[in-house]
Ligand binder design. Structure first.
Ligand code: FAD
Length: 441
């Protein structure tokens, strides 16, 4: 069974013009279109496959400030409010809940790292509670064991990845926007050096503004335009299990395994950071930029196989704008599941939470997590093509900050006061220095 996803009925007709065209209907693209449509712009979202079908429906659903890098924390904080506001404004349900996130550990080193983050978070007004052994063991009672300590972040929460992007797409339609599925953007046109149209497989849409929220496909799309965007993806495999009687924590992280309650009462099980590196020409091209990130994360990574080449999202080939492109050959990036990881994840989860023993596995899936060299997203207009805004490289934490990212991009397009300082996100940083500072947490 693939990752669960609510299907959206979308538009058929390709508009000839728009104020803004959004390429890619993951959580970032749909929230961008939503905030632009709310400000009265005529928006068109073009999605090569189905709304939310790639990373945005394949994740755990965590919307967290806890352990965020300082550069991303302001956006994470604003996003939590925006998740709540979205439900009120639109009447659509993403199942966002501030259920709090629980972290448990028996490692002094890990606990010391969390305490350092707590001290930093306090300076920016974010509350998180360090738990001593008694409090951690009590909050983690479902594990049936004692813990040295932990963290509980009460204002963080989760949303349902199978429902979130479709809910936002429906809100765009209600505001009069257009959402097209099975419609790949193949490239752009320019006039006088500025963006003048987005060319899709079904024809061109004249526009002065395009936002590339193409997730793992963004770098290869940029390459067609002569824009260098260092990006690499890791294949992560996770699973879900059926609901049961026992009351378990809504969202629990331990070093060995993490569990998250789904809106149907089942649980998503995963091993944090675990993934396979599938070699591609794009990865080889950007290998020097990713070295510091790799050195920090290599313990959780294992070598992959030909899946990356088969998928085509990191292709270096130049495509023709009047012929089918790799995006039309791979409507939905649905890489092979790593069966060994799925077995290990289930075993570890059942060991951690005995109530999960014997639970039926309802689905297992893999997703390519797209990352930048420093682990911070790339958001900003590309100087090479005025009017073309890049919004990708969300590095494994883009679901929770989707609303804030979408709001910020809408602010950039409108020239209004930005939700948060946009400078840490600007893609220019990749041309200024070979190695940025890799995220701390
Ligand atoms: C296993 C896993 C667990 C994760 N857990 C979390 C978590 O708990 N919390 C969190 O915050 N984040 C998490 N993430 C990361 C999060 O899912 C991503 O950062 C986020 O969903 C990225 O959203 P996006 O819109 O940028 O990309 P995507 O959701 O990948 O969407 C990009 C879309 O663009 C489309 N597209 C690409 N090129 C074109 C084109 N040329 N024309 C038309 N359409 C195009 C694609 O089809 C796709 O639908 C996790 C990711 C995975 C895989």
């Amino acid at each position: 069974m693939p990752a669960p996803l609510t299907l959206v009925e979308s538009s058929d007709e390709l508009p000839r013009s728009a104020d803004a065209v959004i390429i890619g209907a993951g959580i970032v693209g749909v929230f961008t279109a939503y905030y632009l449509a709310r400000r009265g712009l005529k928006v068109v979202v073009v999605e090569k496959g189905r709304v939310g079908a790639e990373q945005s429906s394949r994740n755990w659903g965590w919307c967290r400030q806890q352990n965020r890098d300082a550069r991303e924390l302001p956006m994470a904080t604003k996003s939590l409010d925006l998740w709540e506001q979205f439900a009120e404004e639109s009447g659509e349900d993403t199942d966002f809940r501030r259920c709090g996130l629980l972290y448990l550990s028996n490692s002094e080193e890990e606990l010391a790292g969390w305490a350092r983050w707590r001290d930093f978070a306090r300076t920016v007004g974010v509350t998180t509670h360090m738990l001593d052994s008694a409090a951690a063991s009590e909050r983690g009672a479902a594990t049936g064991r004692a813990w040295k300590g932990g963290v509980f972040s009460p204002s963080d929460g989760t949303a349902d990845p199978s429902r979130a992007a479709p809910a936002v797409a429906r809100a765009i339609l209600k505001l009069g926007g257009t959402v097209l599925q099975n419609c790949a953007a193949r490239g752009i046109e320019t006039e006088g050096g500025r963006l003048s149209a987005v060319v899709t497989e079904h024809g061109a849409i004249r526009t002065g503004t395009a936002i590339l929220s193409g997730g793992a496909w963004a770098s290869s799309f940029c390459r067609q335009l002569g824009i260098r965007f260092p990006q690499a993806s890791i294949r992560s495999s996770i699973l879900s299990v059926a609901p049961g009687e026992a009351v378990l924590p809504d969202a629990l992280h331990t070093a060995r395994v993490s569990v998250t309650r789904r809106s149907d009462g089942g649980y998503t099980l995963a091993i944090s950071g675990r993934g396979r590196v599938d070699p591609t020409l794009q990865k080889i091209r950007f290998a020097p930029q990713f070295l510091p990130m790799f050195l920090r994360r290599w313990r959780s990574l294992s070598p992959g196989g030909l899946e990356g080449i088969r998928s085509g999202h990191e292709s270096l080939t130049r495509w023709q704008i009047d012929r089918p492109t790799p995006m039309e050959h791979m409507r939905i990036l649905d890489p092979a599941v790593d069966r060994g990881t799925i077995r290990r994840t289930f075993d570890r989860a059942a060991e951690l939470l005995p109530a999960l023993k014997g639970r039926r596995v309802t689905a297992s899936w893999a997703g390519y997590i797209d990352s930048t060299p420093d682990g911070v997203p790339a958001i900003g207009e590309t100087p090479a093509v005025p009017g073309f805004i890049l919004a990708a490289g969300f590095s494994g934490h883009g679901f929770g900050i989707g609303p804030g990212a979408g709001h910020l991009i809408a602010d950039i397009v409108m020239g209004s006061d930005p939700l948060v300082d946009p400078r840490p996100y600007h893609p220019d940083r990749f041309s200024q220095s070979a190695w940025g500072k890799v995220t701390d947490f």
